[in-house]
Design a protein around this ligand. Structure first.
Ligand SMILES: [Zn+2]
Length: 160
């Protein structure tokens, strides 16, 4: 983890050098993003079940939203609670290398905020769903809160 963080710093400084780094490092530079995480798969399944399909994955705009409807400029991030520092479940802080982690988390949070702001300025509607909101006990509530808005923005009707 330490070395990935260092590489991330090096890569971020230039921002133009992405072509010269390995896929692993590039992935690390994109904020520890992994594709098809379990919460993402759950979210996609819920969306399909509700009739909110037609989305694209990792669309090529700022922040590469996990799920996006580019034609409607609607983006949905599925955030891991630990990496993105969930405001709902307050994930634990590693006990060693506290300084390193504090810095890293601050950077992740700042990057998330910048990404959302940039997308909004470009006319996107941005939604964030947290990993903990997709746990079995919370799923229904999350869908009830989010899906009517999404449906309206997408011009779709919800499948009940
Ligand atoms: Zn959480």
């Amino acid at each position: 983890m330490e070395s990935a963080g260092v590489q991330e710093d090096a890569g971020r400084a230039g921002d133009g050098g992405e072509a010269t780094v390995s896929p692993a490092v590039r992935k690390s530079m994109q904020g520890n993003k992994r594709r098809d995480t379990r919460p993402e798969l759950i979210m996609r399944e819920l969306l399909r079940a509700a009739g909110l399909n037609g989305y694209r994955l990792d669309w090529k705009v700022k922040g590469h939203p996990d799920i996006a409807w580019p034609g409607k400029k609607v983006a949905l991030f599925v955030n891991g609670c630990f990496w993105h520092r969930c405001p709902h479940c307050h994930p634990s802080m590693p006990r060693s290398n506290v300084e390193y982690w504090t810095l890293k988390f601050e950077r992740n949070k700042r990057r998330d905020a910048e990404t959302i702001l940039t997308l909004q300025q470009e006319g996107w509607k941005v939604h964030v769903v947290w990993e903990c909101q997709l746990k079995p006990a919370n799923r229904d509530r999350t869908c009830k809160r989010l899906f009517p808005t999404l449906a309206r923005e997408l011009g779709k009707s919800l499948r009940q």
